[in-house]
Design a protein around this ligand. Sequence first.
Ligand SMILES: [Zn+2]
Length: 356
Amino acid sequence: MENNDFDFIRLASKPISKDEEIRLSKMFSRLSSQAAKNTKRDRCYYCEKICSSFCNSHSIPIFALERVAENGKIFSFLDKSLNPSKESRGIKNTGTFQIICNDCDSKIFQDYENPDGYNSLPSDAILSQIALKNYLQLIWKRVNENELYRILKTQYNSSVAEEKLFWGEIDLDFYSKEYIYAKKSLEKNDNSYYLCFFKHLDYVIPYAAQAAITLVGDLEDNLINDLYKTDINSKTSCIHVMALPLKETSVVLAFIKNGDKRYRKFYKQLQKLSLDDQLSTINYILFSNSENIFVNPTVAKTLVDDDVFQDVCKITADYTTDIFNCNASPIKQAIKEFSLSKRTLIPNLLAKEYSL
Ligand SMILES: [Zn+2]
């Protein structure tokens, strides 16, 4: 290795030449396969039974992916990950993860996978299943990423990977606790989540998205979550956000854990906005915070050259960015970076004018 401190992670988040992109992409594939091999499980994460073949679970209800696809292809903005992808892909292997058995996958998510369940206010079971899906995917992803950083740390002596691993372990601990909460909620069906935003739209939105998001600030840039605290008990809490195209309509919703006061100010501010502005806010939150978004390919083509939009998709709060390396307090910088006041700078794809 030429570099003592292997800067692959930092490079991947900056503009790079085509040759460099190919080289990094090859290296990424090789190291990812090694990480996947090292983290291969032998038990289902949900039922804990021995499992030799895991379900190829989707991180979004399949009916929604099918609704936005064209010729079976959808577009994903995976620029936040280490392996940028700008191609439309087949539904079958897009946004998938393998951590539970086929039996559990077909049993746990029955309400969630039924489009009729979203025509009116979603049931407690659906909310629990959305949360469960979000955390299962995050856990799967974090386990693999952490292993990748472990490899980079040991093989290449990378201090960036060491930082990433440190925070990755904290995240994993947090996701695991939240997963247990969601699982208990589903098993007891006991109204453990509070639906703080729900809109039924009379048109089909051009993307499907769902994510557990740690929102940094509210609509007035007041702090919601200090991302840089290491104490897990006081650390953060998530808001689950979903934008779901149905057959001829769509729903957009957000919910939190019952009794979670952190988001109260935010959702009260949100509720006061006009519908257009509410959707613009949710749209911005999704694209600036999540990569679990799958867009209709024709609509996506209009965004690929939109530099402002692309920059919004790339905002990250982690320790390899300028947020942490500037002289100001990182959390103040993060609030600025993620500020919801920027919501009008990108096209509001949840507005009727973009409907399918
Ligand atoms: Zn299972």
